[in-house]
Each structure stands twice: as C-alpha cells, then as structure tokens.
Design a protein around this ligand. Structure first.
Ligand SMILES: Cc1cc2nc3c(=O)[nH]c(=O)nc-3n(C[C@H](O)[C@H](O)[C@H](O)COP(=O)(O)OP(=O)(O)OC[C@H]3O[C@@H](n4cnc5c(N)ncnc54)[C@H](O)[C@@H]3O)c2cc1C
Ligand SMILES: *[C@@H]1O[C@H](CO)[C@@H](O)[C@H](O)[C@H]1NC(C)=O
Ligand SMILES: *[C@@H]1O[C@H](CO)[C@@H](O)[C@H](O)[C@H]1NC(C)=O
Ligand SMILES: *[C@@H]1O[C@H](CO)[C@@H](O)[C@H](O)[C@H]1NC(C)=O
Ligand SMILES: *[C@@H]1O[C@H](CO)[C@@H](O)[C@H](O)[C@H]1NC(C)=O
Ligand SMILES: *[C@@H]1O[C@H](CO)[C@@H](O)[C@H](O)[C@H]1NC(C)=O
Length: 579
C-alpha cells in the first residue's frame, strides 16, 4: 500500500518535473509566473516591462474600433506600423491569421506567435534581469530588435522578449586604436536602425555599411548574419567591420568580445547569425570617410518587349555583373511579369559620367532592341543623399512588410558553368509561379584593400558569390489564407528547388533572407563553420537558453503544435530517470 502510494507519487512528480523541465511554460500553465512575479520583474527593470496586446485587437470583438481598425488595415504593410511594439508579428506566414485586421470582427483574436511580455531594455542590467527571470521561471526568451526577420526568429508564443529599441545611441570615435585598426569608428547601440545610423554617420562626415531597407537594424540580425548593402562591393559586409561587441551572455555577465578578448564569441557573432550566442548591447564598427556617390536606376515595361528579348537581356546583365561589382558597384535587379528594373545602383566614389560609362554596354543593348526605358544617373555628394534619393524617403523607404522570401547564393564561376540553367530557371519561375527573383549583385571577396577587421563566421561561400538571388512572394492579406499558404508551399517546395537545381549544390543560402521550412539550414547557412559555431554556442550558452528558429543550436528545441517550445534532447528526462 505504502509502496503503491510512493510509486504513484514518483510517477506524478516525474510527470510534472519532466514536463516542466522539458518544455517552456505558456500562459495558463501551473508553472506560469504569477502576476506578482511579473510585477517583481517589472520593478527590477525600472518599470520597463510591457504586456503584449496584438495590434489588431482593435479589429475584433468588444474592442472593435472601426476607425482604428481601418487605419491599421491600410498601414499593415508598413514596417513603421509595427515598429512601436515589441510583439507585433511581421512575417506574414507567422501571423497565421490569429489576430488580423483583414478578418471579420467576429473572427478570433488570439496571441498566436506573439510574445506575452517584453522588456524595453534601457541597459545591459535590464537585459541581465530578463535573462535571469526567463531562466529561473522557464519562460521562452526572445531577442527582439526591429522584428523584421523573415524566419520568425524575433517572435515566439508565450515568450518574454528583450527589446533593444531604446538602445539606439550612436557615438562617433574619431580615432579608434587597436593592433588591427586605427581610424574612425562608431559605437552603435543594438537598437539603432539603418536610417538613424546613416544620419548619425552623416553628421560626423563618415559613412558605414547599412542594408537597403531603412527600418532594418544595424547591430542585430543584419550585422550578425553578415549584412550586405550599397557600399559592400567597396568595403565588404557589415560583419567585416566590427571592432568589438558589448554582449550580455546567457549567464547574465557583460563581456567585451573582440579579436583580443572572448575571441570565439567575436568570431561567432560576426556572421554566425543573430539570436543565439548572446544579447549584443552595442557594436563598435569601422566607418569610412564620406564622399561622392554615383547612383542610378533603370526600368522598362515588358508591354511591348518579347519574352525572349527580356531573358536575353538578363543574360547580358549577368555577364556584366562581375566586372561591374569589381568596379565597386552594388545593385539589385528584378524581372517581374510587368517590368525589368535595376534599382538601386550604387557606385561609391564614382561620378555619374564614370558610372554611365560602366553601364553603357547594357544601355546600348536596350537602344539596339529599340526598347523604351527610363534611366536616371546621378552624382550625389555623400551616402545620406544617395540613401534618401534611391532608398528613401526615410524613415519609410520603398520596402513593404508583405513578403516572404527565399534565397540562394550564385557563385561567380557558375555564371559560366550554369548560365543557361540560371536563365531558364528564372524564366520559368517568373512566368509560371507567383514568385519573382531579385538579383543582388556584389563582390565581397576579401582582398588586400577589402579586408575584414579579423577572421569571422561569414559563410565562406559568400566570398565566392557574385549574386545573392532572392525569391520574393508578395503576401495578399485579403485572399483566403489557404490560398496564400499554397503559394508559400510553392515557394519552398517548387521555386527554391528549381533555383537550387540551376546552381552548384553547395552554393549556400543567406540566413537572413531564406525560405520558411528550409530543412538544410545547417549546411546552407553555416557550411563548414557549423561545428565551430555550435561549440561557441555551447561554451557561452550551455543550457541553450537562447533559441531562434534556424539559429545555430536551434535543433536543441522543437516547436509543438500549440506553439510551445520543447527540448528535443531527452537528456533531462533521462537524468530524472536515473535518479
Ligand atoms: C525589407 C527588408 C530588407 C532587407 N534588406 C537587407 C539588405 O539590404 N541586406 C541584408 O543583409 N539584409 C537585409 N534584410 C534582412 C535583414 O538583415 C534581416 O531581416 C535581419 O534579421 C533583421 O535584423 P533586425 O535586428 O532588424 O531584426 P529582428 O527580427 O528583430 O532580429 C533578427 C534576428 O537577430 C536577433 N537579434 C536582434 N537583435 C539582437 C541583439 N542585440 N543581440 C543578439 N541577437 C539579436 C533576433 O533574435 C533575431 O534572431 C532585409 C530584410 C527586410 C525585411
Ligand atoms: C511596469 O511598471 C510600469 C511603471 O510603473 C507600468 O506602467 C507598467 O504597466 C508595468 N508593466 C506591467 C506589465 O504591469
Ligand atoms: C498610415 O501611415 C502614414 C505614415 O505613418 C500616416 O501618415 C497615415 O495617416 C496612416 N494612415 C492611416 C489611415 O492611418
Ligand atoms: C498556425 O496555426 C495552426 C493551428 O491553428 C498551427 O497548426 C500552425 O503550426 C500555425 N502556423 C504557424 C506558422 O504558426
Ligand atoms: C516550371 O515551373 C512550374 C511551376 O512551378 C513547374 O511545375 C515546372 O516543373 C517547372 N519547369 C521546370 C523545367 O523546372
Ligand atoms: C571580386 O573582385 C576581386 C578583385 O578585386 C576578384 O579577384 C574576385 O574574383 C572578385 N570576386 C567575385 C566573386 O567576383
């Protein structure tokens, strides 16, 4: 009898313990922190704790407000709409219609993939308090900057987000000195966004690596995942510029990671992807003397142009790309069902005359074909002027928050070995699927004049890459969700495989612009660096506290059907069995 009770108790406690240890808690669980616990956390972060309410709450049930809902619906595809909340789910696939301004008033409004709470961190101390709370209370921890990540790395059901929004100071350092670099630098807070960094650099007469989208952060996922932008063919990737990081590790300790201290952490953070090695508070980066920028864009409508001609012209532009990138140009072009567009073209240091000369072989082909095109070439005095004209007006910029993407790097050598295949795949995708391809041309090969500060974890294949091919699927929020999901499936299951088949198998994929559901993320995102990255992760985060989908070490977890994060590795359960 006593023995039976004992066995029963043991079984029950085993169940409870295993469950608690195995999965993160969700609201409603017995183990979910109490109101008082959250209040205590709030006190320890000086009132900077917020509970998250989905934006589209104003569109449903008793909270319905026709004016506010209409405004939200109209502006849903603006990144700025989502910028003031740490919880908003931006990637359309992850929105999952759980609380959406496009569904009817009576449709559900649930938390879905939203985090439950966020700390609007004001200091490394606030970050450490959040880390400690999440660990002690078994709450899923999410590192959130702008929330732009396409793979849902900065969201998470039932999570506590550490939001870096307010860490947005930029400090100019006229002459930074280390054994590896002497020259101008900027210390950038983790929350600073591209348009803010461009402005801060401008006011100090320098420029720095940013991406194309003005509302993407600099120090978060962008820089930590590599980070490429209009200046990269001349100076390299954003990750190549980092001199040092200020990081809060999983233990809550604040460390400096540089080529001299915590070297492996520095290496991993520079290209190994955001969200998993630690929470970066600031990064000090190399900046460059500002000056002249050549800029251009070109567009023609496909209305009166034969498809054969369009894809012939694609071939011409592909052929010219290595030479243009070697001259310091970086540019993006795309063929959609409506048009052929190259925008923007950036040419650091070049006059409009010099830039026109470089583009002349392509432009004269258009003339030969009798194509009616619009073409603008200009010389701008500095990077900020270039940014405003070609990627502004800031802060909004031209990019809309209604896409899911997919990615594949195109090695330079494949332009010769796989030329026909690349063109045919692009043609088939553009003409027969809802997806189109954006080609981002850049040369980030390390040379004597274009050297990273130190060795880093950028995917080695990127250095051999001439084009980052990005597949883009525009999300229509107003059509049936099932229809959108089938287009999304087509992106992952048909389009990307076609792109892969047209390229050498080990070309690699950009971890920041990849497709949902990618199963080969380890080799595609990290290649030969994966094992070392996993070791660094283990050293600095032995309990895998930091989780982000497809981040290094993320296979220590899996997401259950209710969105709950659970340990994939049964070692904890085994430990209790052994007891
Ligand atoms: C419209 C658009 C245009 C883009 N253009 C470019 C481009 O030109 N070039 C380019 O290279 N990329 C581009 N990207 C991709 C972009 O780099 C990624 O979406 C990137 O993840 C965004 O980083 P974030 O910090 O702003 O966003 P978030 O979604 O908040 O964070 C992204 C990831 O970084 C982690 N993270 C954020 N902050 C920190 C921190 N302080 N410490 C540790 N981890 C952190 C998060 O946990 C998450 O895993 C673009 C994306 C969009 C949506
Ligand atoms: C945290 O404290 C601040 C200031 O007292 C308050 O405004 C805020 O609502 C609190 N957060 C939560 C989640 O209760
Ligand atoms: C949408 O956003 C823009 C820019 O932020 C703003 O000017 C406009 O008023 C918004 N529209 C609505 C309907 O709220
Ligand atoms: C969307 O919700 C369904 C259940 O309603 C769930 O099975 C699915 O995993 C969710 N998808 C995402 C991307 O969250
Ligand atoms: C062209 O695209 C369609 C639609 O995705 C696909 O079914 C077909 O297999 C593709 N053709 C080739 C040759 O890849
Ligand atoms: C980049 O340019 C350098 C010359 O500056 C060249 O050696 C290298 O092959 C180029 N890389 C690519 C990928 O085109």
């Amino acid at each position: 009898m006593e023995l039976n009770v004992f066995v029963l108790l043991l079984a029950v406690s085993y169940y409870v313990v295993a469950r608690v240890v195995d999965c993160r808690t969700l609201p409603g669980d017995v183990g979910w922190p109490s109101r008082e616990d959250w209040m205590n956390l709030n006190a320890s972060v000086h009132g900077r704790l917020f509970s998250i309410v989905p934006l589209a709450t104003v569109c449903h049930g008793a909270n319905f407000d026709p004016e506010q809902c209409k405004a939200l619906r109209e502006n849903w595809s603006s990144y700025l709409t989502h910028a003031e909340t740490a919880g908003s789910v931006i990637p359309p696939y992850y929105q999952n219609q759980t609380c959406n301004p496009f569904t009817t008033r009576s449709s559900r409004c649930e938390m879905g993939n939203h985090v439950s709470y966020a700390i609007r961190a004001g200091s490394a101390k606030d970050i450490a308090s959040g880390i400690k709370f999440a660990r002690d209370r078994n709450v899923r921890l999410v590192i959130r900057n702008t929330g732009h990540d396409f793979l849902g790395k900065s969201i998470g059901r039932g999570g506590l987000a550490i939001w870096t929004r307010d860490l947005n100071k930029a400090e100019f350092i006229p002459s930074y000195r280390s054994a590896l670099y002497e020259g101008p630098a900027m210390k950038l807070g983790a929350g600073i966004r591209a348009f803010e960094a461009v402005e801060a650099a401008h006011s100090n007469k320098v420029r720095l690596i940013t991406g194309y989208c003005s509302t993407v952060g600099i120090v978060g996922g962008f820089l930590q995942g590599g980070g490429s932008g209009p200046l990269s063919s001349v100076y390299g990737l954003a990750a190549d510029q980092v001199l040092e990081y200020e990081v809060v590790t999983a233990s809550g300790e604040v460390v400096t990671a540089s080529p001299f201290e915590h070297k492996e952490l520095y290496w991993a953070l520079s290209g190994g992807g955001g969200g998993t090695f630690g929470i970066v508070v600031s990064a000090t980066v190399r900046v460059f003397e500002d000056g002249r920028m050549g800029g251009a864009k070109l567009r023609f409508s496909r209305n009166n142009v034969e498809s054969d001609t369009v894809y012939d012209l694609l071939g011409s532009l592909l052929d010219l790309s290595p030479m243009l990138a070697e001259a310091g140009l970086q540019f993006a072009f795309q063929i959609t069902p409506a048009a052929f567009e190259i925008t923007p073209i950036s040419a650091p240091g070049l006059s409009s005359d010099a830039l026109s000369k470089l583009l002349e072989p392509f432009v004269s082909r258009l003339d030969q074909e009798g194509i009616d095109y619009s073409y603008q070439v200009s010389t701008l005095p500095d990077y900020k002027s270039f940014y405003e004209i070609y990627l502004g007006p800031t802060p909004e910029g031209p990019y809309r928050a209604n896409v899911q993407v997919g990615s594949r790097f195109v090695p330079r050598t494949s332009l010769e070995t796989h030329r026909t295949k690349i063109i045919e795949a692009t043609r088939n995708i553009t003409e027969n699927t809802p997806v189109y391809i954006v080609f981002h041309v850049a040369n980030v090969t390390q040379t004597s004049v274009k050297k990273p500060v130190s060795d880093n974890a950028v995917l080695p294949q990127w250095r051999q890459t001439i084009i980052h091919a990005m597949a883009v699927l525009a999300w229509d929020f107003e059509i049936a969700q099932t229809e959108m999901l089938s287009k999304q499936a087509e992106l992952t299951e048909s389009v990307i495989p076609q792109l892969r088949a047209a390229l050498p198998p080990d070309s690699g994929t950009y971890l920041n612009e990849a497709e949902v559901g990618i199963s080969t993320w380890k080799e595609d995102f990290f290649g030969d660096n994966y094992e070392k990255l996993r070791q660094v992760k283990y050293k600095y985060d032995p309990e895998d506290l930091f989780y982000a989908s497809t981040a290094v070490g993320s296979d220590a977890w899996w997401v259950a059907s209710d969105g709950r994060l659970c340990r994939a590795n049964p070692s904890n359960v085994l430990r209790f069995r052994e007891l």
